[in-house]
Design a binder for this molecule. Structure first.
Ligand SMILES: CC(C)(COP(=O)(O)OP(=O)(O)OC[C@H]1O[C@@H](n2cnc3c(N)ncnc32)[C@H](O)[C@@H]1OP(=O)(O)O)[C@@H](O)C(=O)NCCC(=O)NCCS
Length: 198
């Protein structure tokens, strides 16, 4: 995985416990050392992450929440949390970047989600949130790259996301990974970034 100019380092790619899922899971588990010295584990989301994610939500800024959800929300409701932490594995893929502790104990610093369109399963929308405590160190780019990798392995043709037009960090991450951008008809405040995979 290229690290670009960031001094992010992969410490190890962890072997999953269940051999049957090895091919699809192996590279989605990585332990990284960030430039600020933090050790962060990227892994598929666990049901036990619900508590830390709900608690961590309170530490997000209004701007982070608006940038991710495109409107303001005060908290993640029980249904949203349940859906996020129990992805439908055929149609969704969710990664977290968290402390290197067991799920439930680990603070979750970033969540990246990919969700197939119900009308066209060959397309999927992404959403990423990297907490400002760890942003600007290459995590957003790495997580989006991993979503692209998952999509390529699971037959997706295209990945896209709607981004606020003033969201320079997300637009830079997307551009760096080869996403094209286009207008969203009827909404000048948004840009759609999309990348064909195959
Ligand atoms: C957008 C977001 C995911 C980026 O995550 P990140 O971990 O900071 O991303 P990276 O560190 O991989 O890269 C950030 C890029 O933006 C640039 N950047 C950072 N802050 C910036 C700013 N204020 N203005 C312009 N560019 C900025 C960085 O320099 C880097 O670009 P470069 O590699 O060309 O130098 C994160 O800021 C975030 O979660 N924001 C709130 C939610 C959101 O916007 N989600 C996206 C919509 S789904």
């Amino acid at each position: 995985m290229p690290s670009g100019k960031f001094s992010i380092r992969v410490i190890r790619a962890e072997a999953p416990a269940i051999r049957a899922t090895l091919a699809s899971v192996t590279s989605f588990r990585q332990t990284l050392r960030l430039a600020d010295g933090r050790t962060v584990r990227i892994r598929p989301i666990s049901a036990d992450d619900a508590g830390p994610i709900a608690a961590g939500f309170a530490l997000l800024t209004d701007e982070e929440i608006r940038s991710r959800f495109l409107h303001q929300i005060k908290s993640l409701g029980p249904e949203q949390l349940q859906q996020l932490t129990h992805p439908d594995r055929r149609n969704e893929f969710v990664l977290v970047a968290a402390e290197a502790l067991p799920p439930g104990q680990a603070l979750v610093m970033a969540v990246a989600r990919l969700s197939r369109d119900s009308a066209d399963k060959s397309r999927a929308e992404f959403g990423i949130l990297v907490s400002h405590f760890v942003s600007g160190q290459g995590l957003g780019r790495r997580l989006l790259q991993l979503l692209l990798d998952w999509g390529a392995r699971h037959g997706l043709r295209e990945i896209y996301g709607d981004v606020m037009a003033e969201n320079a960090p997300m637009l830079r991450v997307a551009a760096a990974l080869g996403f094209e951008r286009e207008r969203v008809p009827g909404d000048a405040s948004l840009l759609r970034v999309r990348k064909r995979i195959a």
